[in-house]
Write a protein that binds this ligand. Structure first.
Ligand SMILES: Nc1nc2c(ncn2[C@@H]2O[C@H](COP(=O)(O)OP(=O)(O)O)[C@@H](O)[C@H]2O)c(=O)[nH]1
Ligand SMILES: *[C@@H]1O[C@H](CO)[C@@H](O)[C@H](O)[C@H]1NC(C)=O
Ligand SMILES: *[C@@H]1O[C@H](CO)[C@@H](O)[C@H](O)[C@H]1NC(C)=O
Length: 417
């Protein structure tokens, strides 16, 4: 009877050591396994963090949908929106350098004077439209499954070289942060105009989905940068001033948003009825403001009545790529939305060269910008310029390099001797 407990004790002891061994062994195996899986750069880690970020985004979106919109919840909604903006930024910021590879086709050098990007669900007719517009031929039939390369085409229109390119995968791949999506996003952000191509017989919800994607990438469609000033300071708290009555932003909401960014002292001055999203855009920075045309394709499939409704909507352009209906109307609208400035050069003692204008963007169209486009050293030799056209008060007007030019002005540069 004395032996039994001893055996029991021994058993317990061996069991204990076994357990210990097992524990150590499992640690020895699982730690490197986890380390391997969750290396910061490993695909597993990335997709895991991506998945958590996506989940967090979804949770916040759900909460926002549930929250009643009123004065009492405004600051809470503002806070949620700021959290959302931060998470979306996380989704776009690469977690590793050079991860995912360069991806063929997306390093499209900015050939031409303006870049126009096409976005849309598969089979809406993007490649048909591109082919009709550029005259370049590519296989349309198999396209739905090979929408993985950017197809740039350049067209000449009113003396400007306009680059057209497909931005595939925005809808399908970018959402879950697949590598390709990111490159398309950065290309999309460099476009001077975006065409959202829609299928006339597909649900209108597609439009909202694409818009939401693009907005998530920091692209603001048909919008001006928020007209407000936001200045961080050392102390004094958050000071909100405004020149108009504000229906969206009150001090509490502004404070809630700022606190999400750990900003506790700032002067915020609003010059219009800005929203919480506008304020977040200003704090986040790195937003691009891009004109956008909703190109509704396949109008050969809808009735006259439906077409008339579409035709009245702002920023819409109905077409049939296949039957080449209204393609010139589309080009005219693209031209209008690009708002390019054509400048004709006039060499001394000669007629202006109306064939080959210098194309400036509407935002950068001073005489200095014009000089820079002709030659990088031009501005150093610049004495003054003679300008004919709508920006000139006289025929010609003598101007300095700060002078803003207008479309179809004629310019002669007088150099220092
Ligand atoms: N009815 C009609 N079909 C079109 C039109 N444009 C393109 N399609 C057809 O729509 C399908 C998808 O076009 P595709 O250009 O490959 O679409 P993508 O995937 O957006 O590039 C093809 O079968 C085209 O022939 C159009 O204006 N009307
Ligand atoms: C708030 O800002 C306005 C305008 O910048 C300024 O005039 C005012 O003195 C500021 N108030 C406080 C309390 O800092
Ligand atoms: C901002 O708003 C002010 C006042 O309404 C206006 O004078 C100014 O032109 C606006 N600025 C821009 C860039 O829209």
């Amino acid at each position: 009877s004395k032996k039994k407990p001893k055996i029991k004790q021994q058993r317990r002891k061996t069991l204990k050591t076994h357990w210990r061994k097992l524990l150590i062994l499992s640690a020895v195996f699982t730690v490197p396994l986890f380390a391997l899986l969750f290396r910061r750069n490993s695909p597993a880690f990335k997709s895991a963090t991506m998945a958590t970020v996506m989940q967090k985004i979804k949770d916040i979106e759900d909460e926002m949908a549930k929250t009643q919109k009123n004065k009492a919840t405004a600051h809470h909604l503002g806070l949620l929106k700021a959290k959302l903006a931060k998470l979306r930024r996380e989704l776009l910021t690469p977690t590793s350098k050079g991860g995912g590879g360069a991806g063929e086709g997306f390093d499209v050098t900015k050939s031409g004077d303006a870049r126009v990007g096409l976005v849309g669900f598969p089979s809406v007719g993007k490649s048909t439209l591109l082919n009709k517009l550029t005259g370049t031929f590519s296989e349309v039939a198999s396209y739905e499954f090979t929408t993985l390369t950017c197809i740039p085409g350049v067209i000449m229109y009113r003396g400007a070289k306009i680059q057209l390119l497909d931005l595939p995968g925005i809808i399908e791949g970018a959402k879950d942060g697949k590598g390709r999506g990111r490159q398309v996003i950065s290309t999309a952000r460099t476009c001077n105009c975006i065409l959202i191509v829609l299928d006339a017989i597909k649900p209108i919800t597609h439009k909202r989905l694409i818009e939401k994607e693009l907005e998530g990438f920091g692209i603001r469609l048909n919008k001006e940068p928020p007209n407000m000033t936001f200045r961080k300071k050392e102390k004094g708290g958050i000071n909100l001033t405004s020149t108009v009555t504000n229906t969206h932003l009150d001090l509490d909401t502004v404070k809630a948003i700022c606190s999400e960014y750990r900003i506790h002292n700032a002067d915020v001055h609003l010059r219009y009825d800005a929203t919480a999203d506008d304020l977040i855009d200003v704090i986040e920075g790195s937003r691009v403001y891009t004109p956008c045309i909703y190109v509704v394709n396949k109008i050969d499939q809808i009735t006259m009545e439906e077409l008339e409704i579409l035709d009245k909507l702002p920023h819409y352009c109905p077409i049939s790529a296949h039957l080449e209906w209204n393609l010139d109307g589309l080009l005219e609208k693209i031209w209008e939305y690009l708002s390019l400035t054509r400048i004709y050069t006039k060499p001394k003692g000669m007629n202006p060269d109306y064939e080959d204008p210098v194309i400036l963007s509407s935002k950068r169209r001073t005489v200095e910008d014009f000089c820079d486009r002709i030659h990088k050293d031009m501005v150093k030799q610049f004495k003054y310029a003679l300008v004919w056209g709508s920006s000139a008060k006289h025929k010609p007007q003598r101007v300095g390099k700060e002078h803003e030019l207008e479309d179809e002005d004629v310019v002669q540069i007088i150099k220092k001797v």
